[in-house]
Write a protein that binds this ligand. Structure first.
Ligand code: GTP
Ligand code: MG
Length: 196
């Protein structure tokens, strides 16, 4: 699939204020700093579209980006960011959970996982929560430019093993690098297939 246009539409903290045009959408979620905003920029080939930062906690709102005037990519705040206050964190968690469970036009959740790390409890718990809620998700490993392919394969295998302790089968798995552009086509083709 070709991305011909990508435009910021709206930011907010309330699912009721998200666009009401019924267009399909795909959300990016994962721990703070995992590379959600960078991946959106890589997929759309628009560097400054979603705001990125070396410091965790950059994205704090639900951000809709309209793609090809037909569907949305949605950038979400990260979970598990220790430096925000407890109250701020629970309000984050509430509006993100609200958005994920109530948004009828949400077609798929991309759960981003840092390819350098072994399976993390918080990510496994989040994916299990998606499963319990019946929310379709895929696993997207990020920053693969930062490790060797053998280290990547090792972490992928560990993740798969952990997932198969809970699930009968694995969700789709993607490997990406926002820096090199690796993984762009398979991800966009997957979205295209869902939209078809
Ligand atoms: P929050 O909005 O704070 O939750 O973070 P985020 O998940 O949106 O992460 P963001 O895209 O802002 O990226 C965090 C940092 O990781 C930035 O310094 C990026 O440049 C870097 N980064 C993201 N993706 C990659 C990647 O694929 N490779 C490398 N080398 N760095 C990356
Ligand atoms: Mg972000």
């Amino acid at each position: 699939m070709q991305i011909k246009s990508a435009e910021f539409t709206i930011s907010n903290t309330e699912v009721s204020k998200c666009p009401l045009d019924g267009k399909p959408e795909f959300a990016f979620i994962g721990r703070s700093n995992v590379g959600k905003s960078s991946l959106i920029n890589m997929l759309t080939s628009k560097k400054g579209l979603a705001k990125t930062s070396g410091t965790p906690g950059k994205t704090q709102l639900i951000n809709h980006f309209l793609i090809n005037e037909h569907w949305y990519l949605v950038d979400l705040p990260g979970y598990g960011y220790a430096k925000v206050s407890r109250t701020q964190r629970s309000s984050f968690e509430r509006f993100i959970a609200d958005y994920l469970t109530k948004r009828e036009t949400l077609y798929n959740i991309f759960v981003l996982l840092d390819a350098r790390l072994e399976p993390q409890k918080i990510d496994l718990e989040f994916m299990n929560w998606c499963g319990q809620k019946g929310l379709p998700f895929s696993m997207v490993f990020t920053k693969i430019d930062k490790l060797s392919s053998s280290a990547l394969q090792k972490n992928l295998a560990k993740y798969k093993k952990e997932m198969l302790k809970v699930w009968a089968e694995l969700p789709p798995v993607f490997t990406t690098s926002a820096q090199s552009g690796f993984g762009k086509e398979p991800l966009l083709n997957y979205i295209d297939q869902i939209l078809a």
